[in-house]
Ligand binder design. Structure first.
Ligand code: ATP
Ligand code: MG
Ligand code: MG
Ligand code: MG
Length: 439
């Protein structure tokens, strides 16, 4: 993409309404525009990152054997009357009436709708296990929308629902989700720690939240620093192998890690003092086994091998796709701007032409731009007629991992400059070498 033809309305001033760094940087980098409290337009640069995050979520869910689909944003109130949540959900639910006076709502989540789909089409244990998911806009009329996309009212969420014949199989689905989430967040360059969260009426170890440690997080968390050393990496996982998934879950749930809702000071104090940590955290996902809560209320049953009919065991598993942009920036920035992890960066590299209109510099930039494209790497080419300082400031602000700087002086010696956004280190090399380095 050539910046002269792009739409990236960066701001020089720090917007006063933004209280935290990720919100400020997303506004300054021209990624989002607020249209109403907690409701945003995704401008081209923000939309690119959103799509990259979404793509990682899809890839990892499909690897785990989970099946993508799409449910609507609007839902009939009657479904929620069946589960009893139409009244229980309260003010966070946006209720709408259509021209025929039928009650609708903008979905804050989809347990009821997916249970309705399941009960309509599935009736036998032979069709299980089944996990369906979608990535769709949600609406929650948050009392205090704030921090930009981190607590929006309209937000983009992946929500998946498992259906299993019994608790044992449903726990395996739970484990599959935990394992797939570990890889998902790592690919985004994030350390998101699974922490035992409030278990609710069912009891037991049946829900975990994934938290990114950050001072601006809204949750208080307590953990054993040993959990920070765990790395998922590239391990091959057979998602059908119950024992293999369980052992990965055991590895991540062995160190103490809990939110304030489940914090147990006695257990915490048993950890060696130097490993005992308290921090703030941003919730970027949650997995939840809730058994037959919805299937019983809504009559979602299957016939088992011995011919009896039982309510199906379910869980729901969410990832805050749009919140992740904020969380990643909170975890990865400096005073000049964003530092995108390679996995989610909107473009692989920025190309800065120090002297637009100089024939050697223009030609070298065109050559590098084409060579990158040929290797499947995307570049944002700053071909504007601007001062070098302004170009550098824009690149630092939007945070692409690499910058290739091209100017007449370097070209006389046959070199361009390759700079890492994260370390700030620059190296001179021939243009081809810079392209090779990125590939
Ligand atoms: P929170 O505690 O932050 O209100 P939640 O526990 O109500 O979140 P869930 O129902 O668990 O949210 O939804 C799954 C995920 O969706 C959350 O882990 C979070 O990442 C994301 N999410 C929830 N509410 C919002 C929101 N208002 N704006 C952006 N993302 C959200
Ligand atoms: Mg909430
Ligand atoms: Mg929560
Ligand atoms: Mg939650």
């Amino acid at each position: 993409m050539r910046l002269s033809r792009y739409f990236m309305p960066t701001l020089k001033e720090t917007p006063s309404e933004a209280q935290i760094v990720s919100h400020r940087l997303m506004l300054r980098a021209g990624m989002i525009r607020q249209q109403a409290a907690g409701i945003y337009s995704w401008l081209p640069l923000g939309y690119r990152v959103l799509r990259r995050i979404e793509a990682i979520v899809h890839e990892e869910q499909e690897k785990a054997g989970h099946i993508p689909m799409l449910m609507p944003t609007l839902q009939p109130a009657d479904l929620w009357r069946e589960s009893g949540r139409y009244d229980d959900y309260g003010e966070e639910m946006l209720r709408i009436t259509d021209r025929h006076k039928r009650d609708l709502l903008y979905g804050p989540t989809n347990e009821e709708m997916i249970t309705d789909i399941f009960r309509t089409h599935v009736g036998s244990y032979k069709d299980l296990p089944l996990t369906l998911y979608h990535i769709q806009w949600k609406f929650r009329d948050e009392i205090r929308p704030r921090f930009g996309v981190m607590r929006g009212r309209e937000f983009y969420m992946k929500d998946g629902y498992n259906f299993d014949v019994d608790q044992e199989n449903a726990f395996h689905a739970y484990n599959r989700h935990m394992v797939s989430y570990l890889r998902t967040y790592e690919r985004m360059g994030l350390k998101a720690l699974p922490m035992r969260a409030a278990s609710g009426p069912i009891g037991g170890d049946n829900t975990h939240e994934f938290l990114v440690l950050a001072d601006t997080g809204e949750s208080e968390v307590f953990y054993d620093s040993a959990i920070l050393d765990l790395k998922f990496g590239d391990r091959a996982v057979d998602f059908d192998d119950k024992a293999a998934c369980q052992s990965i879950v055991n590895e991540w749930t062995a160190p103490y890690a809990r939110t304030d809702e489940t914090h147990d000071p006695a257990l915490f104090d048993a950890i060696p003092e130097e490993r005992r940590k308290t921090s703030r955290g941003i919730e970027v996902g949650q997995i939840f086994y809730f058994g037959t809560k919805y299937s019983e209320a809504m009559g979602a049953t299957v016939v088992t091998a011995d011919g009896t009919r039982v309510p199906v065991h379910m869980g729901s598993h969410g990832i805050g796709v749009s919140r992740l942009l904020g969380a990643i920036i909170e975890a990865s920035h400096d005073d000049k701007g964003i530092i995108w992890p390679e996995g989610v960066t909107p473009y692989h590299a920025g190309l800065v032409n120090l002297k637009q209109g100089d024939s050697a510099a223009d030609a070298a930039c065109e050559g590098i731009y084409a060579a990158l494209a040929k290797r499947g790497l995307t570049a944002l080419y700053d071909d504007r007629d601007e001062r070098a300082g302004a170009k550098f400031a824009s690149m630092d602000l939007i945070g692409l991992p690499w910058r290739i700087t091209v100017g007449p002086r370097g070209l006389k010696n046959g070199v361009v400059e390759l700079t890492s956004r994260r370390t700030g280190e620059s190296e001179e090399m021939p243009p081809e070498a810079a392209v090779d380095r990125l590939a």
